[in-house]
Unconditional design. Structure first.
Length: 363
């Protein structure tokens, strides 16, 4: 009878490098239990990121490797995840009931940042997380239209706002509070104050991730928001052409200055897909986002096509991940979501919520 040992099983698991954590699951401390019951092996995997679309292929991969061990007759793999709160900038406190804030930014407008943000939020939700989205673009809020919402948020106590839920996402936007055609003729300090109020006066409910759709650019408003909003990580959205990459680099440098980790770069509009024949062509050039990621030693999270359906569905209040959850483009967004959450899972955790508040009183 073959001698099945834990060491043999660990060696088999170590032979597989997780594509999201970029290390084996033993090194990532994601293996929480190995049980050998006669010729049967049971393994418990607990990931630090939501992985509903990855659970089955991961279990199959590990099952195949362990079954190859001499003497093993059956293998059971249990895959789960637990999302932790991660560190934010020094001097800032996390928002109550929000574990992690992910900022989605771009150096310039017109690169599809808001569309990427809402689909990323929906993709994180599809992977098994509780997710919200904050529209931080006070001058040009677009999330109400993309989420198909045209009502005002409710308040229970006259001081805080209840997030509006659409497609399962908790959301808040200045666009919910004003008429769609009303211009916001505000100076920078008013914009900053308004955003902070939207963030802190909303009664978010047990969120794993709050995706913040930042306004485009890298001016005073963006810098101030990056310094005052407790962000766990940021994503830079760009398009492949050089002029967009120049501005995207400024966004990356801005986050470096305020000590916000850049989780990676998303290249939007990387390929144009013809709606008539399906022909794919890189009309904005190719590989720019990947080259930028290599140059600045940050992760390339993925590329998205320029597809008419993405625009039509977002304009219609039913973003692609919600409209076509099993479609090719939705799967691309979910792949980017897994990479994003996994990169965040590798960062230092924030334990401040576990410490009691200490109050000193004179008696």
């Amino acid at each position: 009878m073959a001698n099945i040992t834990q060491a043999l099983i660990e060696t088999a698991i170590q032979g597989y490098s997780d594509p999201y954590l970029e290390k084996d699951l033993i090194a990532a401390k994601s293996i929480k239990g190995i049980r050998i019951i006669g010729n049967r092996v049971e393994v418990d995997v607990n990931l630090g990121f939501p992985a509903a679309g990855y659970r089955t292929p991961l279990a199959a991969e590990l099952k195949g490797r362990i079954e190859a061990i001499d003497g093993v007759d059956s293998v059971a793999i249990q895959v789960s995840w637990e999302i932790a709160a991660h560190e934010v900038q020094r001097g800032l406190k996390p928002i109550p009931n929000v574990k992690n804030i992910i900022a989605v930014a771009s150096g310039k407008g017109g690169v599809g940042k808001s569309t990427t943000a809402v689909n990323l939020a929906l993709a994180l939700q599809a992977e098994g997380a509780r997710v919200g989205i904050l529209d931080a673009d006070i001058y040009g809020p677009s999330q109400p239209r993309m989420l198909g919402v045209n009502r005002k948020p409710e308040t229970r106590d006259g001081q805080s706002l209840e997030p509006i839920v659409s497609h399962g996402l908790q959301s808040m936007s200045i666009g919910y509070l004003i008429d769609e055609e009303t211009p916001m003729v505000w100076r920078g300090p008013m914009v900053t104050q308004a955003l902070q109020q939207l963030l802190t006066d909303t009664r978010w409910q047990d969120l794993d991730y709050l995706v913040v759709d930042l306004p485009p650019g890298t001016g005073d408003i963006q810098l101030t928001l990056s310094q005052r909003v407790p962000v766990s990580g940021a994503i830079i959205v760009t398009t492949p052409q050089d002029i967009a990459l120049l501005d995207a680099r400024k966004g990356l440098k801005m986050f470096e200055k305020v000590e916000v980790p850049v989780l990676g770069i998303v290249e939007n509009m990387s390929l144009h897909i013809c709606s008539q024949c399906g022909y794919e062509e890189p009309i904005f050039g190719e590989g720019g986002g990947r080259r930028m990621a290599e140059q600045y030693n940050v992760h390339f999270l993925g590329a998205l096509p320029l597809d008419i359906h993405i625009r039509e569905e977002a304009d219609g209040g039913n973003p692609t991940v919600a409209a076509e959850p099993e479609g090719r483009i939705a799967q691309l967004y979910r792949e980017i979501a897994r990479h994003t959450a996994a990169k965040l899972a590798l960062q230092a955790k924030n334990y401040s919520h576990k410490f009691p508040n200490i109050v000193i009183q004179n008696t």
